[in-house]
Design a protein around this ligand. Structure first.
Ligand SMILES: [Zn+2]
Length: 66
């Protein structure tokens, strides 16, 4: 039984992560969101500065509505 080759296969399928810089709608500071997508259509992200969640919609940051 041989499992040689699985590590190589794993490395080839890791997607490249793009750094998206957004201005947090809550604290107005800049935060970086990593995503394999080049365009974020809808995602909830956590601000690096205030730790609160905000919504990314069509690659733009919005206050998360509750
Ligand atoms: Zn913030």
């Amino acid at each position: 039984m041989s499992e040689v080759g699985e590590h190589e296969a794993f490395h080839t399928v890791v997607p490249p992560f793009n750094a998206h810089v957004f201005r947090c709608p809550l604290c107005r500071d800049y935060t970086t969101v990593l995503s394999p997508l080049s365009f974020i259509s809808l995602e909830v992200a956590v601000c690096e500065n205030c730790g609160r969640e905000f919504l990314i919609e069509n690659d733009a940051a919005h206050v998360l509505a509750h």
